[in-house]
Design a protein around this ligand. Structure first.
Ligand code: SF4
Length: 747
C-alpha cells in the first residue's frame, strides 16, 4: 500500500516542494508538488532521484568508533562516550582554539544544520572555525557586511519582475541558482525573455545559460572586477547615475574608479571598450534591472571587489531595493525587525589565523588554511589538535587535499557527523551518521533569506525514524553536550537553553512584540512535538510575520504553518531600506575603507595577462559538490569529470577528444580525459569539483568506480582573496600536456 508525503527538496538551493510516493518506509517516486506556494511543481533530475539518494545502500546506519586502528560499528552511547573522552582532554589541556570545527555546505540544507552549529561554536568558544563559505561565497558576505553592516544582508535579483538581468559567473541552468533561491530559475529566465526583457551573461564559457542570453560576454577568467569597475566608471562619466536613496559615498566611488575606463580594462578583460560602454548604457536605460554575480565572480583574486561592484552597479542605477531590481528578502524566521538607524557595523580581522595570519571574516578562518593550522607549529598559540567535521568533506573541497589528508591523520582526535565513510570521515575516530532526508524534518532557515519571493514552508519527516537511527537534531545536541563538558545531560536542555536565552533577550528589546512580558509565560505557549519544533515556533512567532505570542493574532506560528502543508505565500519582495542597514551611519556606505584600501591591487591587475592556460570550474545539473557521485542515476552521461578545452588549445597540445591530459598547478598534478569543445574560451580549461573518490578506506562503492580527479589538488592554498580569505578557484594558472609527455607551459 503506497502513500504520499510532502518534503522540501534539500538537494540544491532552489528548495522545491516535492511529493514523495512511499511504499512501507521506502521512497519509490518523487514529483514536483504542484500546490507548493513557491515551486509550483518544478522538479529537476536531482529531485526526481530523491528516492535513490535517500536509499543509497552505502549510507551508514550506526555510529562508527575507531578501535585498534579500525572504525567499527558502535552504539550511540558508546559513540558519544568516545567523543567526550576524546575532545574534552584536548580542550582542557590546550584550550578551546585547539579544537577546530569545519562546517560543510550541507548544513544550510538541513534543519539541524541551521539550528545547532551556532550553539556548538558558542559553547566551544573556539576561533578555529572553517566553513565551505571560504571556498564559495565569503566575498559576498564581506561585501554586504561592509556596505550594509550585515554580512547576511544579501540582495537578490527580482527575477519575476526585472526588465534586464546581468549574470556574471553564474550558470543557473545547471545550478538552479545560488545565493538566490528560485525554484525553476531556468523558467524565470525564459519568462524574462518572453515579456521582452534582456538577459546578459558574462562567463568564459558558453554555458547553457549563456546560450539563452541576448548577449554573451566571454570575459577572461578572474577579471570580473575590472569589467564591473569600468561599467561603473561609464555610468559616472556619462552622467547615468541615479542612485538608490539612503546611500553615502557616491562621489567618492566615482573618484576611486576614475581610472578604470573601458579602454584601460579592455585588454585585461579581453572585452572591447565599446562593448563595456554598451553594457553600462543598457543597464542604465532599462526600466528596471539587476546585476547578479555568483561563484565565478567570487572565487577569484578580487572576489570581494567584484561582489561589491555588483551591488555598486545596482545602487548607482537606482536598482537596489526597488521592484524589478535587487531586493532584500524578509524571511519568516528573521529576527524581529528593529527600527532603522545606526548599527554596530561590520568588522574584519578581529583575530588572525595562527600560521599565515589570515584575518577572520564573519568569525571564520579560510578553509585553505586548515591544513597548516593542523600541521604547522608556531611559537605562539596551539595548533588544531582535534577536529569536529560536521557535514564536511574538506579533503575534496579544500585546496591541496593531499596535505590535508596527511594532516587529518596527525590529529589527536577527530569526529565526523556524516552519512558516509568518505575521503574526510575515513580519518575520524568517531563517525556519527544522520538519518536519510526522508526521516528528517525540513525548514530552510538560510535559503528563505535569499528567496526571490517571501514564503514559508515546513515539512515533518516523511518516514518515521528507522530503529537504531538518531535524529540529526539530537545528534548535534548530544555532540554539543559531549564537547562542552555536559556529556550525558538531556539533549533537550540545549533547545531549552536557546529558548530561554532568546525569549529573555526579546522581552528586553523595546521594539519586540513581547517587550516587557514574562519569558516563562511565553515559553509555556510554545507548540511542537520536540525541541527543534518549539524553537521553530518561537522564531516564527517573534519574526516579522509572527503572531508575537498573541500581539498579532493573525500572525504566524508553527500551528498555522502546519495547517498549510504546501506553505504560506508571504508576497513579492518589497523595498525595505533603510531598515536592514546596520552600518555605523545607518546608511549604505558605498566606499568602505577596506574596499578602498584594496583598489590599488585591482589597479595593478590592469597590467596582468596570464602567460598560459588558466583553469575554471563548472557545474552540472545532476551534481552538487561531492554529494551525489554515489548515486548511479545521477552520474555518467555528460556528468563526468573531464577537462574541457578549446579545439585550438587541443591542437597546439596535440590532444584529441578523450585523450588523457596531465594538468599541473601549484599544488599538484592530476590526469583527466580531454573533452574538446568550442564552448570554452581559448586559453581556458575547465574541471568540475567534488570528484576524486579514489582514496582507500572509503565506502562509496559507486563513486569509486568512476572516481574522477580532485581539481583542488591543483591548488596549494596560497591564492586567496585577501579581504574574505576565499580560495581562488577560477583563473588559476595551470600547465597541460598529453599524459605521456613532459609538462610545458603553453604560450
Ligand atoms: S532544483 Fe534543486 S531543490 Fe529543486 S528539485 Fe532540483 S535539486 Fe531539488
Amino acid at each position: 500500500m503506497s502513500r504520499t508525503a510532502l518534503r522540501i527538496c534539500p538537494l540544491c538551493e532552489a528548495t522545491c516542494g516535492l511529493t514523495l510516493t512511499i511504499e512501507g518506509t521506502r521512497v519509490t517516486h518523487a514529483r514536483g508538488d504542484r500546490d507548493d506556494v513557491f515551486s509550483k511543481g518544478f522538479i529537476c533530475p536531482k529531485g526526481a532521484s530523491f528516492g535513490a539518494v535517500d536509499a543509497d545502500p552505502d549510507r551508514l546506519r550506526t555510529p562508527l568508533v575507531r578501535r585498534d586502528g579500525e572504525l567499527r560499528e558502535a552504539t550511540w552511547d558508546e559513540a558519544f562516550d568516545a567523543v567526550a573522552a576524546g575532545i574534552r582532554p584536548v580542550v582542557e589541556r590546550y584550550g578551546p582554539h585547539s579544537v577546530g570545527v569545519v562546517l560543510g555546505n550541507p548544513n544550510v540544507h538541513t534543519m539541524a544544520g541551521g539550528l545547532y552549529p551556532p550553539v556548538l561554536l558558542a559553547g566551544l568558544g573556539t576561533r578555529s572555525v572553517f566553513t565551505a563559505s571560504t571556498v564559495d561565497q565569503m566575498p559576498k558576505h564581506v561585501s554586504s557586511g561592509l556596505l550594509y553592516g550585515d554580512a547576511n544582508a544579501i540582495p537578490v535579483p527580482d527575477l519575476d519582475h526585472t526588465d534586464h538581468l546581468i549574470l556574471i559567473g553564474a550558470n543557473p541552468l545547471e545550478s538552479n541558482g545560488s545565493l538566490c533561491t528560485a525554484p525553476d530559475f531556468p523558467g524565470k529566465l525564459k519568462a524574462l525573455k518572453a515579456r521582452g526583457g534582456t538577459l546578459v551573461v558574462i562567463d568564459p564559457r558558453r554555458t547553457r545559460t549563456a546560450k539563452l542570453a541576448d548577449r554573451h560576454i566571454a570575459v577572461r577568467p578572474g577579471t570580473d572586477a575590472l569589467l564591473l569597475a569600468a561599467m561603473a566608471q561609464v555610468l559616472h562619466d556619462e552622467g547615468l547615475v541615479e542612485p538608490t536613496p539612503h546611500v553615502q559615498g557616491v562621489d567618492e566611488v566615482a573618484e576611486a574608479l576614475r581610472e578604470f575606463t573601458p579602454e584601460a580594462v579592455a585588454e585585461a578583460c579581453d572585452v572591447e571598450a565599446d562593448v563595456i560602454r554598451v553594457l553600462a548604457r543598457e543597464l542604465a536605460a532599462a526600466p528596471t534591472a539587476a546585476v547578479y554575480g555568483r561563484i565565478g565572480s567570487c572565487t577569484v583574486p578580487h572576489g570581494t571587489l567584484a561582489s561589491w561592484l555588483v551591488d555598486v552597479l545596482n545602487i548607482l542605477t537606482g536598482n537596489l531595493d526597488r521592484p524589478g531590481g535587487a531586493l532584500f528578502p524578509q524571511a519568516a524566521t528573521d529576527r524581529t525587525p528593529r527600527p532603522a538607524g545606526p548599527g554596530r557595523g561590520f568588522a574584519l580581522g578581529r583575530w588572525h589565523s595562527r600560521v599565515s595570519r589570515h584575518p577572520e571574516a564573519k568569525g571564520e578562518l579560510p578553509l585553505s588554511a586548515l591544513a597548516e593550522e593542523i600541521d604547522t607549529a608556531t611559537e605562539e598559540g596551539e595548533p588544531v589538535r582535534a577536529l569536529l567535521a560536521v557535514a564536511a568533506n574538506p579533503v575534496l573541497s579544500a585546496p591541496d587535499g593531499d596535505r590535508l589528508d596527511k594532516a587529518l591523520d596527525s590529529l589527536d582526535f577527530m569526529v565526523s557527523v556524516d552519512p558516509y565513510l568518505n575521503e574526510t570521515s575515513r580519518h575520524a575516530d568517531v563517525v556519527l551518521p544522520p538519518p536519510p532526508p526522508s526521516q528528517s524534518p525540513h525548514h530552510d532557515f538560510a535559503f528563505n533569506t535569499l528567496a526571490v519571493r517571501n514564503q514559508v514552508r515546513y515539512t515533518r519527516p516523511a518516514v518515521p525514524l528507522e530503529p537504531g537511527r538518531m535524529a540529526e537534531t539530537e545528534i548535534l545536541a548530544r555532540l554539543i553536550l559531549a564537547v562542552t563538558g555536559m556529556h550525558g545531560a538531556d539533549p533537550g536542555a540545549v533547545d531549552q537553553m536557546v529558548i530561554d536565552q532568546t525569549l529573555g533577550k526579546a522581552v528586553r528589546e523595546p521594539h519586540s512584540p513581547v517587550h516587557g512580558r514574562d519569558p516563562g509565560e511565553l515559553a509555556a505557549q510554545l507548540t511542537g512535538d520536540n525541541g527543534p519544533e518549539r524553537r521553530l515556533d518561537m522564531m516564527l512567532r517573534l519574526g516579522p510575520y509572527g503572531d508575537g505570542f498573541g500581539a498579532r493574532p493573525d500572525g504566524l506560528g508553527l500551528e498555522k504553518l502546519l495547517a498549510h502543508p504546501h506553505g504560506i505565500d508571504l508576497g513579492p519582495l518589497r523595498p525595505r531600506l533603510p531598515q536592514p542597514l546596520k552600518t555605523g551611519s545607518g546608511q549604505v556606505e558605498l566606499l568602505p575603507g577596506p574596499i578602498a584600501d584594496d583598489l590599488p591591487r585591482l589597479r595593478a591587475a590592469l597590467a596582468e595577462r596570464p602567460e598560459g592556460l588558466v583553469l575554471i570550474g563548472r557545474r552540472h545539473l545532476r551534481s552538487n559538490n561531492s554529494w551525489m557521485h554515489n548515486v548511479p542515476a545521477l552520474t555518467g552521461g555528460s556528468n563526468r569529470c573531464t577537462l574541457h578545452l578549446h579545439p585550438e588549445d587541443a591542437e597546439r597540445l596535440g590532444v584529441r577528444d578523450g585523450d588523457p591530459v596531465r594538468v599541473k598547478g601549484a599544488g599538484g598534478e592530476v590526469t583527466a580525459p580531454a573533452e574538446v569543445t568550442d564552448a570554452i574560451r581559448r586559453g581556458v580549461v575547465s574541471l568540475p569539483h567534488g570528484w576524486g573518490h579514489d582514496r582507500p578506506g572509503t565506502r562509496l562503492s559507486h563513486a569509486s568506480t568512476d572516481p574522477g580527479v580532485n581539481v583542488n589538488q591543483l591548488l596549494d592554498g596560497r591564492m586567496l582573496d585577501p579581504l574574505s580569505g576565499n580560495a581562488v578557484l577560477n583563473g588559476v594558472p595551470v600547465e597541460c600536456a598529453p599524459a605521456a609527455e613532459k609538462l610545458v607551459p603553453l604560450t
